[in-house]
Design a protein around this ligand. Sequence first.
Ligand code: ADP
Ligand code: MG
Length: 156
Amino acid sequence: GAMRHLPYFCRGEVVKGFGRGSKELGIPTANFSEQVVESFPSDIPTGIYYGWACVGNGDVHKMVLSIGWNPFYKNIKKSVETHIIHTFKEDFYGEILSIVITGYIRPEKNFDSLDALISAIQEDIEEAKRQLDLPEHLKLKEDNFFHLPGGKIVNN
Ligand code: ADP
Ligand code: MG
């Protein structure tokens, strides 16, 4: 299911999310606009993925990503949220986020408690870090997608 769409390259503006308190949990997720989400293959499975991400012309970092159902649209549309495995000094709403999704971890799940949710995400992050050090994933960190001529970011 998921694998045949990967690697998946995507670039778009970071918008305000649902204010579900991801940041308060220590796992902020940069949300893509509805328009960017609509450009994803409609049959890409929901779940947790990993890959590489870069904000503006910044450094390329490891990331974990969730493709989930969008509560604003009664779960008929998807949402795409990227947690970059890096500590940023400031928020970056309105900036251009570039990502390449290289692997799939697991389907979406419901958790009995907040603690269970947080520990699952911590495990996802550790799994992503390990996988991304493997040559087949590491090579995409250096992809030209992240290093456009003149450092300019061009949308689509
Ligand atoms: P929202 O509901 O608006 O998406 P979040 O609590 O998920 O709010 O926080 C997401 C915002 O946090 C991002 O849009 C970004 O500006 C900021 N942010 C800071 N550090 C990170 C990070 N490591 N990964 C993702 N977003 C981050
Ligand atoms: Mg978010």
